[in-house]
Design a binder for this molecule. Structure first.
Ligand code: DON
Length: 304
């Protein structure tokens, strides 16, 4: 192992004994996750990947899809068109709260579910399959390999997704969502059910860190201004109602998902991702946060 991988392994072993939290319970397939899984990956400027722990394990991307679908929407539609449908303000509320702006009905930001459903609906396409293919192709370019939907998780999420359906109906009542509620929600469920590894998340994070260029494939996935816009929203809203304390403790733009993934971006330096399914009350990975906090402290990563 090279010296950096040794350090990453030490950090992982330091936090391994943490036992707080539990896998997400509201999506039955996620509740069945092995809570012991633990992994960490870092990708630097030349695309070198360093990964430790359960690095081969695949899990669904869940809410970590949101910043990348936002990037695709910004690239396709432009910032003004996106801002007409979704705000850029931290909600201070849980990820599944209603969080709609009084009057306009715009969701607070693209990281909470309501805002993510509105953002996903901005991706052009005809029906669920076409839209999902575009989203999957875009996220695959961020990851540098083809990503596929976990059909079992998708079915499980769709079967229990009434709260998200209700949010989508509210969005439609305000004219934020213009097309079919079913198409919007099923596309969103399929985007959340894309399978990734911790390495994929670190590469996706690094693509944002390096201004929209994937450092592994060399491909420009989005323009620099799009990557910067996404990082701005992740900084203020990425960790939901923990975003303020996260910025205080770790100081990096980040995004979490309910299957236990967590990525953070050190702009112009590296992308980092962790995976551990035990979640706290905010729906963020307990050991993922602990890993990032330890890395930030030991290596002075805080950007402020
Ligand atoms: O819509 C949902 O509830 C899930 N598909 C995603 C939520 C999520 O990942 C929240 N993040 N921690």
């Amino acid at each position: 192992m090279d010296p950096i991988t040794v350090l990453l392994d030490e950090v992982l072993e330091d936090i391994r004994p943490l036992r707080d939290g539990a896998p997400a319970g509201y999506i039955p397939e996620l509740a069945a996750a092995d809570p012991e899984h633990l992994a960490l990956a870092v990708v630097g400027p030349r695309g070198r990947v360093r990964a430790v722990g359960d690095i081969g394990h695949e899990f669904t991307i869940q809410s970590i899809s949101k910043p990348f679908v936002l990037a695709l929407a910004l690239a396709d539609r432009g910032r003004d068109a996106v801002l007409r449908k979704v705000g850029a303000e931290p909600s201070g509320e849980p990820f599944n709260a209603i969080s709609l702006e009084p009057g306009t009905g715009r969701p607070a930001n693209p990281m909470v579910n309501a805002g993510a459903i509105a953002t996903s609906a901005l991706i052009p396409g005809d029906g669920v399959d076409d839209r999902t293919s575009r989203i999957a192709a875009g996220l695959s370019a961020f990851a540098g390999r083809s990503l596929w939907v976990d059909e079992q998780v998708y079915e499980s999420e769709s079967a229990t997704g009434d709260r998200n359906r209700a949010l989508a109906h509210l969005l439609r009542s305000h004219g934020i969502l213009e097309g079919s509620v079913d198409v919007a929600v099923e596309t969103y469920f399929r985007q959340c059910s894309l399978l990734v590894t911790v390495r994929d998340l670190a590469v996706m994070s690094a693509t944002l860190a390096f201004g929209g260029v994937n450092p592994v494939t060399g491909e420009r996935v989005v323009e620099e201004v799009v990557a910067r816009d996404v990082l701005s929203i992740m900084t203020s809203c990425g960790m939901y109602d923990f975003s303020g304390e996260w910025l205080l403790r770790v100081g990096l733009p980040a995004k979490s998902g309910v299957s236990g993934g967590l990525l953070a971006v050190a702009p112009s330096q590296f992308g980092v991702a962790a995976f551990s399914p035990r979640l706290d009350v905010h729906g963020n990975s307990v050991r993922g946060i602990a890993v990032l906090e330890t890395l930030a402290e030991r290596f002075g990563m805080h950007t402020l």
